[in-house]
Design a protein. Structure first.
Ligand code: PEP
Ligand code: MG
Length: 843
């Protein structure tokens, strides 16, 4: 039957309605009706109808009530387009009045009828008449006394008798729910969940199926689902409460029974095996026909089952993956759809240890969520203390103003890192992500007293060395103590899903990997090679740092050559190991990039230690360190500039790469290394470096009598390199965009200091998001497009890729794919997210 008002629809198999006009709940109920499920009579109000109700324009109430017959008992529930956007709470038992009470008392007994009436008056008073809940929620009396008390309180507060006309009650309920949806708080809340500003609300009016009965057979209500929400494994889960209604079974969990027979207590299966079997069958039917794991809300009235509602089963990220894979394996959805159903970022929850979502969080402060996962440990304030703590077997959190290369060893020893300064691409963040170490940076809400070894939280709490904190790098929180955690797991369902994703993906995914451990992680996560190996990270180990410092301190070319001669075998061994681990997959090695002074100690004690190690007077060391200092080191003597002015460093690295290539090729597939020049801004820089690298290659070929191939490319990190891509490309087999530096230089925004004002900028919408986190497609992205076009114009076979931190984010991957890039490269732990995000673009 179609009402004269097209916005009020009796839910029948053929009634015209959709989630976009009547909301997800209404549409789902229609699907259940089509499946012949025992759904009580339901009428759906469209978004338009509800909007008009909020404006004061009520529908024809007589027509609305007509399908329910005389003296109905009804409930109203919200039906937003996406159920996750929420909505006002359901109101039950509309239509209860003095006359119903008398009639109901005969059917279910006086006390039960009084309880029902009382509940409705309470809900109506609080949610519809908006009276003070205190006057209604704590009525101690039961049965008729309680009812009289509540009715009296209603009269006192409103100076009116409780409305008796079901049409009036229903109209008021509809109006209050419609208005609640349009309120500012509700709007902001749902916008935070991704709803558009003008999202509509539908309402469903349904005849109550009671779950209370004194007739033959079982009466009660509950919920049922066929999978475990945490693991996604098949399991019959839910609760059932005799003589109850609504979500009582969940709200009064302790009194409720299990569904399937259970040694821990009574179950619906024991109480009413037929009803249980029917519910199981119907929920399974929902799964196969609605193509989703569903939770059914049901009532049993005198032995008869009613299905009131079906909602998508709430699920953890891990369960989400298993459910999608299982639906595809059962032939219910195609594999492509399983790929699309998993939010790539949700994989982080599976790949890292997390704070248990059910655990209580004592939040001390917030910072930037720089590297996902959570870990708890004792606070330490220096790398040395971190190492000492690790040696004692005590997990520790390294707390620093900011980290520098000197802290690497401390980071390896710590379970998490917390810094006061920095942003998404500062040292701690990049290294933390590379190592899979939970990391919060830019936590400037905390006051760091590193000298007196103390942190002060915004609420005045003080934390000292040795106190336990938890760093939650997934959401940027710093927590006091150690909440319960859930472990990471790359289970079989995830492996299956990723296999399907790789089958459809059409853009490559490599990993940024600096060390053999990183490379192994990259392989485990099935990266298709290394897109960026930051070679300088190989020099932070203690023994190498000293040789590196000797090299930096060398006054003469022979002295420098001597130090480089000692570094050569170390680098060669590093590369051999990388090539071996990657088993013939491409490995792109970036030549030395950072300013040299980053390898020198910054304080006096460090200078003294260095003077001892190098057997030099302290004043010499101090003078040398000062001489290397720059006002703006990130724009100074680094990258290719160092390669041009101190060419011996790149010569040594090129030799190490080629010798390692020959060595590794002996055992397996021939290795074709890729060598990448950082921070280029002019064609001539590339020509100069290329000439020297080619000369080293020729020398190694002659010395060894072995031939090998290699590819030389350019890292595009300056706006000028992007603009001049047409003249750079002919000298370069590939261009890889280093969007960390490119973002820094395009905005003129320090990647290491941006954390100080980034949140203010984002809050005031100066930047929609942190551009070091989410690629700025308008500005930096335009440079990428220009360079891609000009580069490919000059050299059609030019390989294009991105290796900045953006390479792992789904939005940047979409951008790079559209711009014709060959691959993206990201931290090893982000590789699965990137593989899935890339696959979703190709489906
Ligand atoms: C970059 O600048 O984007 C990059 C990958 O290099 P780094 O982060 O080492 O400067
Ligand atoms: Mg860079």
């Amino acid at each position: 039957m179609q009402h004269s008002d097209p916005h009020i629809t009796l839910i029948t198999p053929s009634a015209p309605m959709s989630a976009a006009t009547h909301g997800g709940r209404a549409k789902c109920l229609q699907r259940l009706v089509r499946l012949d499920m025992p759904v009580p009579v339901t009428v759906a109000l469209s978004f338009d109808a509800v909007h008009r109700i909020a404006q004061g324009e009520l529908p024809d109430m007589a027509a609305l009530l007509e399908p329910f017959g005389p003296a109905p008992l009804l409930c109203v529930r919200p039906s937003s387009e996406d159920p996750d956007w929420g909505g006002p709470g359901a109101i039950l038992n509309i239509g209860m009045n003095d006359a119903q009470f008398v009639e109901m008392s005969d059917r279910i007994g006086k006390d039960a009828a009084a309880a029902l009436y009382m509940r409705f008056v309470q809900a109506y008073a609080i949610h519809v008449a908006r009276l003070d809940p205190d006057a209604f929620e704590h009525v101690d009396l039961e049965g008729q006394d309680g009812l009289s008390e509540v009715l009296r309180a209603y009269e006192e507060e409103t100076e009116e008798a409780f409305p008796q006309d079901p049409a009036v009650q229903l109209a008021e309920v509809l109006r209050s729910m419609a208005r609640a949806w349009e309120g500012t708080t509700a709007r902001l809340l749902r916008q935070a969940k991704g709803a558009p500003a003008d999202a509509g609300l539908g309402l469903v009016v349904q005849e109550m199926a009671l779950g209370l009965g004194q007739g033959e057979g079982e009466s009660g209500s509950g919920v049922i689902q066929l999978v475990n929400s945490q693991t996604g494994e098949p399991q019959i889960i839910g609760r059932y409460l005799r003589q109850s209604q609504g979500r009582d079974a969940l709200d009064r969990r302790n009194e409720a029974a299990f569904l399937a027979s259970d040694p821990r207590g009574p179950s619906l299966q024991d109480l009413a095996p037929d009803a249980f079997a029917e519910l199981k069958r119907m929920t399974a039917l929902m799964r196969s026909r609605l193509r989703e794991e569903m939770q059914a809300e049901f009532t049993i009235e005198n032995g008869v089952v009613h299905i009131l509602d079906g909602v998508r089963v709430a699920r953890s990220a891990r369960a989400g993956v298993r459910i999608a894979v299982q639906l595809a394996e059962d032939g219910i959805i195609p594999r492509e759809e399983a790929i699309l159903r998993v939010e790539p970022r949700a994989l982080n929850e599976l790949l890292h240890r997390q704070v248990d979502p059910g655990a209580k969080r004592d939040v001390l402060a917030r910072g930037i969520a720089a590297s996902p996962g959570a870990a708890a440990g004792r606070i330490v304030f220096s790398a040395a203390e971190a190492q000492a703590s690790a040696a004692r077997g005590e997990p520790c959190v390294l707390v620093r103003r900011e980290t520098s290369p000197e802290d690497i060893r401390g980071m390896h020893a710590a379970v998490a890192v917390l810094t006061e300064r920095g942003g998404m691409t500062s040292h701690a963040a990049v290294i933390g992500r590379g190592m899979g170490l939970p990391c919060v940076v830019g936590a400037s809400e905390l006051v760091f007293h590193t000298r007196s070894r103390k942190l002060v939280a915004p609420d005045g709490r003080e934390l000292h060395q040795g106190d336990i904190i938890t760093v939650d790098g997934t959401n940027g929180q710093v927590l006091a103590g150690e909440p319960a955690m859930i472990e990471a797991a790359e289970d079989d369902a995830l492996i299956t899903l990723m296999g399907w994703a790789d089958d459809v993906r059409d853009i490559g995914v490599r990993a940024n990997a600096d060390t053999p451990t990183d490379a192994q992680t990259a392989r485990n996560f099935k990266a298709q090679g290394i897109g960026l190996c930051r070679t300088e990270h190989m020099f932070f180990e203690a023994d190498r740092l000293t040789v590196m410092r000797e090299m930096i301190f060398a006054d003469t070319s022979p002295d420098r050559a001597a130090a480089l001669d000692r570094l050569l075998p170390m680098q060669r061994a590093d590369f051999i190991e990388l090539f071996r681990i990657m088993q013939g997959q491409p490995v792109c090695i970036r030549l030395f990039d950072p300013p040299l002074h980053e390898f020198l100690p910054s304080d006096r004690a460090g200078h003294r230690e260095l003077a001892e190690a190098l057997d030099l007077p302290l004043s010499d060391v101090t003078r040398r360190v000062e001489a290397l200092a720059e006002y703006n080191p990130m724009l100074g003597m680094r990258g290719v500039r160092l390669g041009i002015t101190v060419p011996e460093i790149y010569d040594m690295q090129a030799r190490a790469i080629f010798e390692a290539t020959i060595e590794a090729s002996r055992e397996g597939a021939p290795v074709v290394p890729e060598i990448m020049i950082p921070l280029v801004s002019a064609k001539r820089e590339v020509e100069l470096v290329k000439t020297r690298v080619d000369a080293v290659a020729a020398a190694v070929r002659t010395e060894t009598g072995k031939n090998f191939a290699y590819r030389l490319g350019v890292m595009v990190e300056t706006p000028r390199a992007a603009l001049r891509a047409a003249e750079i490309a002919p000298h370069s087999a590939f261009l890889s965009f280093g969007t960390n530096d490119l973002t820094q230089m395009t905005y003129g925004l320090s990647r290491d200091d941006a954390g100080r004002f980034m949140s203010a900028y984002v809050k005031q919408n100066v930047f929609p998001e942190d551009p070091f986190h989410t690629l700025d497609q308008d500005g930096v992205g335009e440079l990428l497009k220009i360079a891609a076009e000009r580069g490919r114009g000059a050299r059609p076979d030019l390989v294009l890729s991105i290796c900045g931190e953006h390479g792992g984010s789904p939005e940047s991957i979409a951008f790079c794919r559209a711009a014709g890039f060959d691959y993206v490269s990201c931290s090893p732990f982000r590789v699965p997210v990137a593989r899935l995000a890339a696959a979703q673009l190709a489906v």
